[in-house]
Ligand binder design. Structure first.
Ligand code: NAD
Length: 492
């Protein structure tokens, strides 16, 4: 079977290699978290398919790299047009595949996918480092395409996260092999159709479907791959990094987080509660989620009462319903993993303020993988519930006395992806934003993202920054050419 009908949309479930659909003898089941049914059987690629995709990308590279930037930019805009024309189809398929809310795909995520292509199409044409002089010599900086780029992505926002890397890589003149997540592989296939219809030459963009160790690992070990952009978990990043080290292939790692939400006594309580409740979005399957809520003692009781009241009202249900605020977890395996964290925290003596188990009623009715929004208090800061990424709708609540305590608690983490601060004190906002650990810090706001801003984490949250020119710095071999004023000079 080479096609599946998902939410009425026909999706090719084969690979996309060298501008053609390619099947595999083996297939894997793609299960919808909304109801636990198999919605597609997808080609299960391995070393052979990965190598064929790198062949195609390698052959296509010289011509695409030499294509004038204005032409590359125009094709990326046409891809954005294609995404915009198919927002409803992409949204329906992504919701069926990973269980995220349909309305957020329609209104936020898929428009952002189109924007990823438009932004980098335009940014490419604006790339410019002014020439500068060294003892009369002219320095001229250029961003040269690096070559074949392997992009490996997770399931929590598959198309958005993939295109946020594909767009700058293609804009830069690189060719791409994408390995989509096996738990949500389908929108990548629709994107292949869109790139083809937009006139992207064969081999410039390729998709290899399959499991991580079978289809992803061979890409990371291939010496012809000159960039690896990996978004996913720390243990996988360690394997990808080890493979990349053999060929000294540059990597960009966007990994997990355990970000703090720090609420000071001077905070606007309504705002603090709104931001805290937002952390349940996408059932907590958000790398940036501020899952460690740290509240100053003076406001703690009022915050706890208001927050729990609001959190208890969060509507969990079918992600296709407009009224639903949070849907299921992505898979049964992931639900069991999340539940493992919760049950171990309970056994260690943490107090459950809300939730604390799968949503058995909804799971029995739907067949899906729903987990109750869960809040813990009385947690031991040395235990995994405070230290490790759960990646589910599970938040911890801790209190602090002073700003110094808040910073010590916020920064007591191996991760460093993001941090959110709510305070009514402007000077405090500046001080804490400067001292807190995190690649992105939000003050009195959350999830405001600009494609031209640097994005990435420190510590176990990753390596490198992407966004704006930072993306081109990664996907390109940046070159400085030094021109003598006399045509020839060996003066150092
Ligand atoms: P994962 O690490 O299990 O898998 C990510 C991808 O890697 C998948 O496509 C998988 O097939 C592939 N893979 C697995 N083993 C591989 C191997 N040996 N070689 C090559 N590829 C391999 O992560 P996940 O469970 O899919 O995603 C959740 C994680 O992603 C969380 O930790 C989350 O925080 C992180 N994440 C980070 C960001 C960010 O921007 N920082 C964004 C979203 C998700």
């Amino acid at each position: 079977m080479s096609r599946a009908s998902v939410a009425g949309v026909s999706v090719d479930t084969r690979h996309w290699i060298g501008g053609a659909r390619v099947g595999s003898a083996d297939m894997f089941d793609d299960i919808s978290p909304l109801d636990g049914t198999v919605i597609a059987t997808v080609a299960r690629g391995g070393a052979e398919e990965a190598s064929a995709a790198v062949d195609a990308a390698h052959s296509a590279f010289p011509t695409w790299a030499a294509t004038p930037p204005a032409e590359r930019s125009a094709i990326l805009h046409r891809i954005a047009d294609g995404v915009e024309a198919r927002i409803e189809e992409l949204a329906q398929v992504e919701t069926a595949d990973n269980g995220s809310l349909l309305r957020s795909h329609r209104r936020g995520v898929m428009p952002r996918v189109a924007m990823n292509f438009r932004f980098f199409a335009d940014h490419l044409l604006a790339l410019n480092h002014p020439d500068f002089e060294t003892r009369g010599h002219r320095n001229h900086v250029t961003w040269d395409p690096a070559g074949v780029t392997a992009i490996i992505t997770p399931w929590n926002a598959p198309l958005m996260l993939a295109t946020w890397r594909i767009a700058p890589a293609l804009a830069a003149g690189n060719t791409v092999v994408l390995k989509p997540p096996e738990w949500a592989p389908l929108t990548a296939s629709l994107l292949a159709d869109i790139t083809h219809e937009a006139g992207l030459p064969a081999g410039v963009f390729n998709v290899v479907q399959g499991l991580g160790v079978e289809a992803g690992a061979p890409l990371t070990a291939d010496p012809r791959v000159r960039r690896i952009a990996f978004t996913g978990s720390v243990p996988t990043a360690q394997r990808v990094g080890a493979a990349a080290a053999v060929n000294v292939t540059p990597v960009s790692f966007e990994l997990g987080g355990k970000s703090p939400l720090v609420i000071f006594d001077s905070a606007d309580l309504d705002l603090a509660v709104d931001i805290a409740v937002e952390q349940f979005d996408n059932s907590g399957q958000v790398c940036l989620a501020a899952v460690r809520i740290l509240v100053q003692e003076g406001i703690a009781d009022a915050f706890r009462a208001r927050f729990l009241e609001r959190a208890a009202q969060v509507v969990q249900g079918d992600s296709r319903d407009e009224a639903t605020q949070i849907g299921p977890l992505v898979s049964r395996t992931h639900l069991e993993r999340v539940d493992g964290f919760v049950q171990r925290a309970k056994a260690e003596g943490a107090t459950v303020l809300l939730g604390g188990e799968p949503n058995h009623v909804l799971n029995a009715i739907s067949g899906g993988f729903y987990y109750q929004p869960t809040v813990f208090e009385g947690v031991d800061p040395a235990k995994e519930i405070v230290c490790d990424e759960v990646f589910g709708p599970v938040l911890t609540l801790q209190t602090f006395a002073s700003e110094a305590d808040a910073l010590a608690m916020a920064n007591d983490t191996d991760y460093g992806l993001a941090a959110t601060i709510v305070t009514g004190d402007t000077a405090q906002a500046e001080r804490v934003a400067s001292a807190i650990r995190g690649g992105t810090v939000w003050v009195n706001c959350f999830f405001v993202r600009d494609l031209s801003a640097p994005f990435g984490g420190s510590g176990r949250s990753g390596i490198g920054r992407e966004g704006g020119t930072w993306s081109f710095d990664f996907y390109c071999d940046v070159k400085n050419a030094v021109f003598s004023p006399n045509g020839w000079s060996s003066n150092g």
